[in-house]
Design a protein around this ligand. Structure first.
Ligand SMILES: Nc1nc2c(ncn2[C@@H]2O[C@H](COP(=O)(O)OP(=O)(O)OP(=O)(O)O)[C@@H](O)[C@H]2O)c(=O)[nH]1
Ligand SMILES: [Mg+2]
Length: 366
């Protein structure tokens, strides 16, 4: 069967010092012969040269070209062209590759194709790809273990399938930071707590109510995991249909999509009836987010926190440990088992496992 030559950019588009493009499959060596001005590298060698426009003879980029070891890839050659990053060079290189008949594909598609040649399990390839998206050291260690084959081995052994299925929420959280939404009345200290969780002054804090109007998202690392922290407009009885009520509408949408909600009330005063309704709405989401009731400003002498609320002070830091513990609670048992255990981290894996579709998980060789 004739195998087409494929290429893929492994570095992201945008400003960057180095741009890496791989060319592989079929007769990749003769494609390189056409577009590379320099000595064609032997297996394992790196050569200096230029990419040349085949139609005009013009130099497109100054590059280093490396030839990979083809043994692992079913005998196909792999060339790695290390050129300059930046959109203009990238566009010209892609255009040049297409003109010489190369199929330019996305990085995930390219990795999957390589996995097919080399017999690597799809779950292992998925772990390699996910590694480029994780945001904490812990998540990198867990995904590294999966990319070294622990998940594929666990599935092959057909043991502990029940606990593997139970790991999906945690596994997904390693790649897609779960959303922690701060909700509550106006002026209760939501933005102050957001800044505390982030460890920097990201959002505006003000003594006057109604400061936050829009939804503001930022990523924070809490312990070993990353979370998306979502600040929202505070609820208060507003008579007009202006920007503030739109902000509250957006807060409502954010709560509906949240994984965890921190509902703040100001412990120096009673909850207003509007705030109570807001809390009821937040807590009535059924299968929706977990909700932690928080009593803020407990450093104040007139603070009288209600019993079912966790007292905290974003000013002094009192009680913040309890907030982080609560957020991490659903992931705790997996965090305690260490980073080397098999876990599922994409929904399609759980679906395939339930259907006993081992080919989808392990590839044709299983
Ligand atoms: N004493 C004390 N004051 C606090 C604390 N947290 C916030 N504040 C003060 O409360 C006021 C309102 O704080 P924000 O964080 O802006 O409150 P918010 O809930 O985001 O308010 P809106 O955006 O208007 O809904 C500011 O003057 C803060 O300094 C706290 O833990 N203790
Ligand atoms: Mg605010």
């Amino acid at each position: 069967m004739k195998v087409s030559v494929q290429a893929s950019f492994l570095t992201p588009a945008g400003a960057g010092g180095i741009g890496v493009v791989v060319v592989s499959g079929g007769d990749a060596a003769s494609v390189i012969g056409e577009i590379f001005e320099g000595a064609i590298p032997e297996s394992g060698e790196l050569k200096y040269g230029f990419l040349i426009d085949v139609d005009t003879g013009e130099r497109v980029d100054e590059v280093l070209c490396r030839r990979g070891l083809s043994k692992e890839m079913g005998g196909h050659s792999i060339f790695e062209i290390n050129g300059h990053g930046g959109l203009a060079v990238r566009r010209r290189t892609r255009d040049l590759l297409r003109r010489v008949g190369v199929d330019v594909v996305s990085a995930p598609d390219w990795f999957r194709e390589q996995a097919r040649y080399s017999g690597v399990a799809p779950v292992t390839v998925a772990a390699c790809l996910a590694l480029s998206r994780v945001q904490t050291r812990w998540a990198a260690r867990v995904l590294l273990a999966q990319s070294r084959g622990v998940l594929a081995q666990a599935i092959e052994s057909r043991e502990g399938i029940g606990s593997l299925l139970g790991s999906l929420t945690y596994g997904r959280a390693l790649i897609h930071p779960p959303q922690v939404v701060l909700a509550g009345g106006a002026n209760v200290g939501k933005s102050t707590l957001v800044n505390r969780l982030l460890g920097r002054d990201r959002v505006l804090v003000n003594a006057l109510p109604g400061t936050t109007r829009d939804v503001v998202r930022s990523v924070a690392t809490l312990g070993p995991l990353a979370f998306e922290i979502v600040d929202t407009a505070g609820y208060r009885e507003v008579s007009n249909e202006g920007v503030e009520s739109k902000g509250i509408g957006r807060a409502r949408e954010s709560v509906e999509k949240a994984d965890h909600v921190l509902f703040l009330s100001d412990s120096t005063r009673l909850l207003s009836s509007g705030e109570r309704n807001w809390l009821e709405f937040v807590e009535s989401r059924g299968e929706g987010p977990r909700v932690l009731r928080i009593a803020s400003k407990c450093d104040r002498a007139d603070s009288r926190p209600e019993e079912s609320f966790l007292p905290i002070s974003a000013h002094t830091g009192d009680g913040l440990e309890g907030v982080v513990e609560w957020i991490l609670e659903p992931y705790r048992s997996f965090l305690e088992q260490g980073p080397g255990e098999p876990i599922l981290f994409e929904s399609w894996m759980a679906e395939a496992l339930k259907e006993e579709n081992y080919e989808c998980l392990l590839g044709v060789t299983c």
